[in-house]
Design a protein around this ligand. Structure first.
Ligand SMILES: Nc1nc(=O)c2cc3nc(NCCN4CCCCC4)[nH]c3cc2[nH]1
Ligand SMILES: [Zn+2]
Length: 374
């Protein structure tokens, strides 16, 4: 019995999008789904009750960050990450590879793993496939990610080929180090940059290792959106149809729709929570910077098409005031609305798939939100 199973419900007749459910030891969630990011064991400014209220059924946390603070030993002693943060929905943990490359300097990548400096203290650290698996085992996440290298964009074909082959060897070591496959799922992460042949090689290597799910990594790292979309078109057909597909680090509303159209089931991004903390909101009419003076006497909701409790009970003028005064409650309101907006967007995407009209939905949504059509 594996911890994670994917239930395919239907494929949109108008696009390659698919409606499904992912079943985990901490509940199931409908896909395509957006997963709020809770890097340090909290989705910043949100309570677990509020996340449940908005139907966030799965959230992310992070091996690298929790290893450094508070330490996986403390979380294990608390009974695991679910108990530690009082969250009984599903949790997916990223494996730390990406964070090492994006946060720390003095990185030295070897076959056995990565030597680097703690970005907070400067102390020398070492992270390997086995160590990343051990930390995630201590955290008790429902979905673990294999330890991989996410190379910078752009990277040469030679560099990327060597990196893909090492990431595939690391993936095999993660599977060997997987202690509780009936309680925790483990996703392999497809790499290969912008190179069709390397994406194919990486996907085939990982599919031959038979993971319960697959992530598409190495994207949303500065490449143009048409390269990301082309890599998805190339990669998802190689992945098994009966397993979940997770596009890491994505993203903006248009990228979520475009990713769903290309067969992606799961998404995560810090965007909604990060921009909320500088007073920017996602609305059906595009982005709204609520601290802008023009909202000082605007007593309408952030988004009149949104039925979240923030849009039902608070005005742009009030939220602008709080944000201008740097009041925490203001950022709680913008965060709640932004997460609700993306979770609601995914619900609309799922409805469009069930009615075989996701292509039409994309047209209308892009027009209303103001995304430039290709
Ligand atoms: N283990 C692992 N492997 C990846 O290839 C990976 C690729 C990723 N690509 C992103 N992009 C995040 C982009 N994000 C957009 C909003 C502002 C902050 C950065 N996150 C990622 C996380 C990742 N994690
Ligand atoms: Zn709202």
């Amino acid at each position: 019995m594996t911890a994670i199973t994917y239930e395919h419900i239907k494929t949109c007749q108008q696009t390659g999008a698919r409606l499904g459910k992912v079943h985990t030891p901490h509940g199931s969630f409908d896909t395509p789904a957006f997963m709020p990011v809770g890097t340090l064991a909290t989705v910043k400014t949100m309570s677990p009750e509020e996340l449940q209220e908005m139907n966030a059924n799965i959230i992310l946390s992070n091996t690298y960050h929790l290893w450094l603070r508070p330490g996986e030993d403390i979380i294990e002693e608390a009974g695991g990450l679910h108990r530690f943060m009082n969250w009984d929905g599903a949790i997916l943990t990223d494996s730390g590879g990406f964070q090492v490359f994006s946060l720390s300097d003095m990185r030295d990548i070897k076959e056995e793993g990565v030597h680097f400096r703690n970005h907070l203290s400067g102390e020398k650290l070492f992270l390997s496939p086995e160590k990343a698996m051990s930390i995630q085992n201590s955290l008790g996440s429902d979905i673990m990610m294999a330890f991989d290298e996410c190379p910078p964009y752009p990277a040469s074909h030679d560099y990327m080929k060597a990196s893909v082959e090492r990431t595939s060897r690391w993936a095999e070591r993660c599977l060997k180090a997987h202690e509780r496959p009936s309680e925790q799922g483990l996703f392999g992460i497809v790499q290969g940059g912008e190179y069709d042949d390397l994406r194919k090689q990486s996907a085939k290597d990982l599919v031959s290792l038979d993971f319960p799910g697959y992530a598409i990594g190495g994207l949303s790292v500065g490449e143009p959106k048409d390269i990301m979309n082309r890599m998805l078109e190339f990669t998802t057909p190689i992945l098994p149809a009966d397993k979940p597909r997770y596009l890491m680090g994505v993203g903006s509303p248009d990228s979520l729709v475009d990713g769903a159209i290309r067969g992606i089931d799961m998404f995560d991004c810090v965007l909604p929570t990060r921009i909320a903390r500088n007073g920017t909101c996602m609305t059906s009419g595009g982005r709204l910077v609520v601290r802008n003076a023009k909202y000082a006497r605007d007593f309408s909701p952030i988004d009149e098409n949104c039925d979240c409790h923030v849009c039902k009970n608070y005005t742009r003028a009030y939220i602008r005031h709080l944000v201008k005064c740097n009041e925490t409650f203001g950022f709680r309101l913008t965060t709640y609305h932004n997460l609700y907006f993306l979770i609601e967007l995914m619900k609309q995407v799922r409805t469009a798939i069930s009615e075989d009209r996701l292509g039409d939905f994309k047209e209308a949504f892009f027009e209303q939100y103001g995304f430039n059509q290709e």
